[in-house]
Design a protein around this ligand. Structure first.
Ligand code: SF4
Ligand code: SF4
Length: 288
């Protein structure tokens, strides 16, 4: 199929807009993919939320691995908050840019919940960036229920812009990126990920994961993210020369329980010691 030049020009323009603002990943999904795959309930699909939508633009920013490795820490929380804020700003900025060009658009920002209590009442987002990123060809969904990207594994955050513009789509990833190593499940402190033999994506105990996050909000070092830290997928491991440390991840909790100052974990535990309370408060005022 020949792509009209004006559609390709708009795509190039959007990519340039995002790259100029330090985006790591940009992908384009036609809204029909939600119907074709049938994985997302109808009310959560782009056209149910924004009937004019023809394309979903998905934008990703990476979370540098050595900081993710310090989780739970104040530093990791700052990185998470900063990345989300940058992404949210970009989604709103891109929406205004497209609107000015005559393409009605609708931003869906990153963390669309206000409190942990809201998640306890209804632990679901009105629109999922994970399926959006998959349909935009940016990655595949791993056992840990996160998008795994070739570039950063699951260490990347996403926002989406729903637009009336018809933009040439990106192809979806040809093969599953998750290698079913089960490290995410083994390292989860709440046992919230259960591997399945019949499919790549594991079963996920949202309540157990939420309990972990509630504890971390009280300690002011939210979120957890251990299942994104340990995933071996991603070229970021080459940049940081961090291949083959499965054993180190796998033994971390046990080793530190026996010796909190174990030298092999010093660079992570040093950062964890500062900037956040070591013990939870009885009642959090942060996100309650
Ligand atoms: S975020 Fe933490 S508690 Fe939740 S599934 Fe991942 S490792 Fe488990
Ligand atoms: S840690 Fe292993 S099993 Fe879990 S998502 Fe990554 S590759 Fe898949």
């Amino acid at each position: 199929m020949t792509i009209p030049l004006k559609d390709q020009a708009l795509k190039d323009d959007v990519i340039r807009f995002c790259r100029d603002r330090n985006t790591d990943l940009v992908g384009f999904a036609p809204v029909e993919r939600w119907d074709e795959y049938g994985e997302v309930p109808p009310d959560f699909r782009p056209r149910a939320i924004f009937p004019q939508a023809r394309t979903v633009i998905v934008i990703g920013m990476s979370m540098p691995l050595p900081v993710v490795e310090t989780t739970p820490s104040a530093l990791h929380q700052e990185l998470y908050t900063t990345t989300n804020r940058q992404l949210d700003d970009l989604a709103v900025e891109l929406t205004r840019y497209l609107n000015r060009m005559g393409h009605a658009s609708f931003p869906f920002t990153r963390d669309t919940y206000t409190t942990m209590r809201a998640l306890r009442e209804n632990n679901l987002a009105a629109f999922g960036h994970v399926p959006a990123a998959k349909y935009a060809g940016l990655g595949t969904i791993g056992m840990n229920q996160c998008i795994l990207t070739p570039e950063f594994g699951p260490r990347v955050r996403f926002v989406s812009v729903l637009t009336a513009a018809e933009i040439p789509p990106d192809p979806m990833q040809g093969k599953e990126l998750c290698i079913h190593c089960k490290l995410c499940a083994e390292c989860c402190p709440k046992n919230a990920i259960k591997p399945r033999e019949d499919r790549v994506v594991g079963d996920y105990d949202k309540t157990a994961c939420l309990e972990m996050h509630e504890e971390l909000v009280k300690r002011r070092c939210y979120p957890c993210g251990i299942c994104t830290k340990v995933c071996p997928i991603g070229k970021d491991r080459l940049l940081y020369k961090s291949k083959g440390i499965r054993k180190k991840y796998g033994k971390e909790q046990e080793t530190l329980a026996a010796n909190p100052d174990a030298p092999e974990y010093k660079s992570w535990t040093h950062i964890r010691k500062y900037g956040a309370p070591q013990k939870p408060r009885e009642k959090s005022k942060d996100k309650e």
